[in-house]
Design a protein around this ligand. Structure first.
Ligand code: F6R
Length: 243
């Protein structure tokens, strides 16, 4: 595991954007695995700036997002479809047909999850997976549990995650309790993984990711088993790592 500690959120975001852009420069038809949430916002903003200044070209890039809320339509302001359009896709030259997110409205969810896995495979697999991390160590929406899903599937969100996510909804009742998420096996099949974390709220999860036991109770700890993982942290998120 490589660990890069940056001064603050802004330099963390720039470093992450450079790594993503570097990957796209090396392989124009890169397949990116993407995350939503507060953490990668700065990275997306920097990638948009780099695109606008002609430093990176997304015309051949394919993307697969990690997750989407169950039963939230794509035009809902809190859906991850909407988030990705607003914060990234509509500002760059990616082709609509190259964008993939799980469909939380699909009539047959099992079939949807199977097709999502097939589409990842048909694209040649994820070259670079971008991850955030939950305060409880979840990656994607693979929550701490007795066992973890290998493939994309429908999962129940933990109470803790529902509470954390409620900051974006006007009432607790509106917060989705389920989501479709790419499974742990599929995440770990990515050729390279970068995980971004910022702020002291993430410090414990980062400590457990780096120095803890590999356990399904901390899904991110499985990253210890992957040969090419880079954590990009700000100082607060890195503050509990012990040598
Ligand atoms: C979102 C995702 C989640 C988030 C995590 C952290 O696509 O996969 O695992 O990365 O919940 O969210 P933020 O960045 O909002 O703290």
């Amino acid at each position: 595991m490589r660990i890069i500690v940056e001064e603050d959120y802004q330099s963390m975001s720039k470093k992450a954007a450079l790594l993503v852009a570097g990957q796209v420069l090396l392989k124009a038809d890169t397949v990116l695995g993407l995350a939503t949430g507060s953490t990668p916002l700065g990275m997306y903003k920097e990638l948009v700036r780099m695109y606008q200044e002609g430093e990176v070209d997304f015309s051949a890039v394919k993307t697969f997002n990690l997750d989407e809320y169950y039963l939230l339509p794509p035009d809902d302001l809190q859906s991850y479809h909407y988030f990705m359009q607003e914060n990234f896709f509509k500002h760059i030259n990616i082709r609509a047909e190259n964008i993939h997110l799980p469909d939380g409205m699909a009539a047959d969810i099992e079939e949807e999850c199977m097709q999502y896995e097939k589409a990842i495979e048909a694209s040649g697999g994820i070259d670079l997976q971008v991850l955030g991390i939950g305060e409880n160590g979840h990656i994607g929406f693979n929550e701490p549990a007795e066992s973890l899903n290998v493939y994309t599937g429908l999962v129940n969100l933990t109470e803790e995650t529902i509470k954390v996510n409620s900051r974006f909804f006007s009432s607790m009742e509106e917060v989705p309790q389920k989501a479709l998420t790419v499974g742990m096996g599929t995440i770990l099949k990515a050729r390279r993984i970068i995980l971004l974390a910022s702020g002291e709220k993430k410090a414990k999860a980062i400590r457990d990711t780096v120095c803890g036991q590999v356990t399904t109770q901390v899904p991110s700890s499985f990253l210890q088993l992957h040969p090419d993982v880079t954590l990009i942290l700000d100082q607060a998120a890195a503050s509990l790592i012990v040598d």
